[in-house]
Design a protein. Structure first.
Ligand SMILES: Cc1ncc(COP(=O)(O)O)c(C=O)c1O
Length: 383
């Protein structure tokens, strides 16, 4: 494996004038060589790297099957179809997520029913989710937000089908030692450029049975029959294929995965120390009860009463990128208009969403860069 480098990242000793970016993928010569090999092979799609990537990803998580798709959103869509969620159904899910987890429910004609989140983990609160279950609930869709494992055993107790949104959670581990995505439910992973593993765009769906995999593989490829008979599309399908170029990058990224996850955890530890003295600032929750976070982003909660826009502007002036992350889904204009959601419905989520700020976070981030971010934040909050 070639030496990785953070593409476009500032040098390790970033000076005062250099911008500290929010995210940087780790890519290197291995990925470059792999891409060139695919280009030279002439087989850019539906080639051998797709099953190779799927098999290695499944082995990494200890699951029987995985299907590579074009995005995490596509994985969620196909997962909901695979477990039979459809028109008129309700899916209980978190309002504190990237919008795709709720949108996927709408793609299949079902309604996302939100329930509030746990203030520590920021994941769907099991008690609130239980209270939101009705006779029309056909599935639960917990999100492992910011890579922290959702309380799957609590959701499993209801006996309802579950789809896991693990798009942010590669590398996370449940208290019983099971990797997130490895509990037997369809679990969607995303490979956008800021993720723990990237293929530029892309996704993976982990699956427990050969039947589910056959269905997903067909539906990602326009509903083509498993024997790939060109004219026989025996079900409705989509073009959710990953290319061989992306799969080749994914295979190289799997080689690097343990190192990249360890680097992310190291950067998170450095942040904890650097930010510890800032009064009123809340840091991502520590691992507890045996759950292990798969570090994806470093999101802090600003002290109440602080104007986040001003903080972001102050950080920008000091060369530090930041982003409000995440807004509450139910308060987005589309969801308000479509479902009549109003502020006050999910107070924990709304409070967190108003105060959360993602700071620069990537595996190659140096101690100096973390210190610069921490100093800048302390300065801006002190004004
Ligand atoms: C929680 C969550 N769900 C779903 C997605 C969708 O993944 P993608 O952007 O690959 O479609 C993302 C990715 O940003 C995510 O963070």
């Amino acid at each position: 494996m070639s030496a990785p480098r953070a593409q476009g990242a500032p040098p390790a000793q970033a000076g005062a004038g250099e911008v500290v970016p929010l995210a940087q993928p780790v890519l290197g010569e291995a990925e470059e060589r792999a891409v060139i090999e695919v280009l030279r092979s002439g087989q850019l799609s539906l080639g051998p790297r797709i099953p190779a990537f799927e098999e290695r990803f499944a082995a990494q998580l200890g699951v029987p099957y995985a299907s590579a798709v074009s995005s995490g959103t596509a994985a969620l869509h196909l997962a909901l179809r695979a477990i039979g969620v459809g028109y008129g159904d309700e899916v209980v899910t978190s309002p504190f997520s990237f919008v795709a987890s709720a949108n996927a429910t709408l793609y299949v004609g079902a309604r996302p029913v939100f329930a509030d989140i746990d203030p520590r983990t920021l994941n769907l609160d099991p008690a609130a989710a239980a209270a939101a279950i009705t006779g029309r609930t056909s599935a639960l869709l917990p999100v492992h937000i910011f890579g922290y494992p959702a309380d799957l055993p609590a959701f499993e107790a209801h006996g309802l089908p579950i789809v896991e949104d693990a798009c942010e959670a590669l590398g996370a581990v449940h208290a019983d030692g099971t990797p997130v995505g490895g509990r037997g439910h369809p679990a969607a992973f995303g490979f956008y450029a800021n993720k723990q593993l990237t293929t530029g765009e892309g996704g993976m769906l982990t699956l427990a049975s050969a039947e589910l995999k056959a269905r997903v593989d067909s539906e990602r490829n326009q509903g083509r029959a498993p024997d790939m008979g060109w004219l026989d599309h025996d079900r409705l399908g989509f073009n959710y294929r990953l290319t061989d170029i992306q799969a080749a990058i994914g295979l190289c990224q799997l080689d690097r995965l343990d190192g990249m996850l360890a680097d992310r955890a190291r950067v998170a530890g450095t942040y904890r120390e650097a930010l510890a003295g800032i009064e009123g600032l809340e840091l991502p929750c520590e691992d507890a009860g045996g759950d292990v976070r798969g570090w994806f982003v470093f999101v802090v909660q600003l002290p109440r009463g602080v104007a986040r826009d001003d903080v972001m502007a102050g950080l920008r002036a000091l060369g530090v990128q930041s982003k409000p992350y995440l807004p509450a889904i139910h308060l987005m204009s589309f969801y308000r208009e479509r479902f009549g959601h109003r502020p006050g419905e999910f107070p924990v989520c709304e409070d967190v969403a108003e105060r959360s700020l993602a700071l620069p976070f990537f595996p190659a981030m140096s101690e100096g860069q973390v210190a610069r971010v921490a100093e800048a934040l302390a300065r801006v909050l002190d004004r």
